[in-house]
Design a protein around this ligand. Structure first.
Ligand code: AMP
Length: 171
């Protein structure tokens, strides 16, 4: 799986000094890289019951629908505030400086749904943990998390302790 690394571009000091940005547009562009990514998640979550896949805005949208197709599940977007037209639930979470917020349609998931949450990168895990709270606040169950890239030095897994977390490449 680690050979997926060769498709992921590292951009130093983006979006600000000291941040090493993991750019997955170069992975999406490569037919082999894209196929290997989707197939890998298919294998890692094989046999799990997954009714719905959530993609977190915005790069989770690039993988979520493909995994939903793979698992014969539906797709749900979790978005930044003010983007969804119907009634929403929201969750505020801490950033390094300040807070951020995510929203989901209130009727998007419900009791009995098993939901896989997908994004490109898990860093501190704050975004992932907030999304799990959104799912659970609507009575649904988190089936697991899938991330292409895991930044292990930030220990994001600790924020989603107790859930299945699958990642394809680690730095
Ligand atoms: P976190 O909540 O700290 O786990 O941050 C995860 C979110 O921030 C994901 O939606 C990522 O797309 C984005 N992100 C954080 N750090 C990076 C990074 N070094 N490279 C690319 N995306 C990142």
């Amino acid at each position: 799986m680690e050979d997926l690394k060769r498709y992921i571009r590292e951009v130093p000091d983006y979006p600000k000094p000291g941040i090493n940005f993991y750019d997955i547009t170069t992975l999406l562009k490569e037919p082999q890289g894209l196929r290997a990514t989707v197939d890998s998640f298919g294998r890692l979550f094989e046999g799990r019951v997954i009714d719905l896949v959530i993609g977190i805005e915005s790069r989770g949208f690039l993988f979520g629908p493909q995994l939903a197709y793979q698992f014969s599940a539906g797709f749900i977007p979790v978005r930044k505030p003010g983007k969804l037209p119907a009634e929403t639930v929201s969750q505020v979470y801490e950033l390094e400086y300040g807070t951020d917020e995510l929203e989901m349609h209130r009727d998007a998931v419900g009791a009995g749904d098993r939901v896989l949450i997908v994004d490109d990168v898990i860093a501190t895990g704050g975004t992932a943990a907030a999304t799990a709270k959104l799912v659970e606040s609507c009575g649904a169950e988190v089936a697991g998390f899938g991330f292409v890239v895991e930044l292990t030095f930030l220990d994001g897994r600790a924020r989603v302790d107790g859930y299945e977390v699958q990642t394809l490449v680690r730095y």
